[in-house]
Design a protein. Structure first.
Length: 306
């Protein structure tokens, strides 16, 4: 984990004006979140990667955050492609295509299937040419929000999830709670953090970030200052806030943009990639140690100037 653990907040994309998304009202949502892998045993293949685990109850916004991160990485920050030689290479290609096609049409991802782990093995190649900003392997893990409730009051995860949490692999955790339901999830988030510590995860040495999703429901698409987010988390998630501050973990907020319900479900009408940029930069820097916009060494800057 990097030493800079200050509160994160979205940045403004330079030279980028995001326009409202047009979409065909007759275009039905595809089943774009089918399970890709079921790790039902204690053996996990293809461990040579950086694993990103999403925690959050149903409809907290995990799938939306994942799809927006993938879209930002591939449309603004570099090249994102399926990793060859993995069991789900073909499925990953299909899922990525659905994600990218749907997000530009304003279609939100479907819910994840219970008792299974959606696994995406990818390679990300940054646009940044500095040798300090190399390509990396990223494996995103997404599970049903209903499964996360299983650990409440001393319960246990399904074996497909336990396999990843028990494995000796580098794990980054993105904990998602929504603006409208955060006050209901303070205990469950703490139970999840307890579960990580029981499994030998030292919260002071692993990458963890708390994300308050659906921030647009506050009436704003950003925060006026850092205190606004701090006060919200302290009021709605007092135990979680104390724990995060004690371990000097990160926190931020997220919105996909403007969403409206036209009677056939919710759709995105204005896409906002600024929060996805913040999360993507945090994710890369927490793994590599250098920011995606790192300017390069002195000699690299001299070379780039020519």
């Amino acid at each position: 984990m990097t030493e800079d653990n200050n509160t994160l907040k979205p940045l403004t994309l330079s030279n980028e004006t995001l326009k409202p998304i047009s979409y065909d009202a007759q275009n039905n949502a595809k089943p774009d979140f089918v399970p890709l892998a079921n790790a039902s045993t204690n053996q996990i293949k293809n461990k040579e990667s950086n694993f990103i685990f999403f925690f959050g109850v149903g409809e907290s916004g995990k799938s939306v955050i994942l799809s927006s991160i993938l879209y930002y990485l591939s449309s603004q920050a570099g090249v994102l492609r399926p990793k060859l030689g993995t069991p789900n290479t073909k499925e990953a290609q299909v899922l990525l295509a659905d994600f990218f096609e749907n997000i530009r049409q304003g279609i939100l991802p479907n819910r994840t299937t219970r008792d299974q782990v959606t696994r995406l093995d990818l390679i990300f190649e940054p646009n940044n040419k500095s040798k300090k900003v190399p390509p990396i392997n990223l494996t995103f893990l997404e599970t049903s929000g209903e499964n996360h409730k299983d650990i409440s009051r001393g319960g246990t995860y399904h074996s497909s999830i336990e396999a990843y949490l028990n494995a000796n692999i580098p794990l980054t955790f993105i904990i998602v709670t929504s603006y409208d339901n955060a006050h209901l999830e303070d205990t469950l988030i703490n139970e999840f953090l307890d579960e990580l510590e029981r499994k030998g995860k030292n919260l002071k040495s692993i990458n963890v970030i708390l994300v308050v999703s659906k921030w647009d429901k506050s009436g704003r698409t950003d925060v006026s200052n850092e205190d606004e987010l701090e006060n919200f988390i302290n009021e709605r998630l007092p135990r979680t806030n104390t724990r995060i501050n004690s371990y000097e973990l990160n926190k931020t907020y997220f919105t996909i943009g403007s969403i409206e319900n036209n009677g056939n479900g919710e759709r995105i009408t204005l896409l906002n990639l600024a929060p996805a940029e913040v999360l993507s930069n945090w994710l890369y820097e927490s793994i590599v140690g250098y920011s995606l916009d790192y300017e390069g060494t002195f000699w690299e800057r001299l070379k780039f100037s020519f």
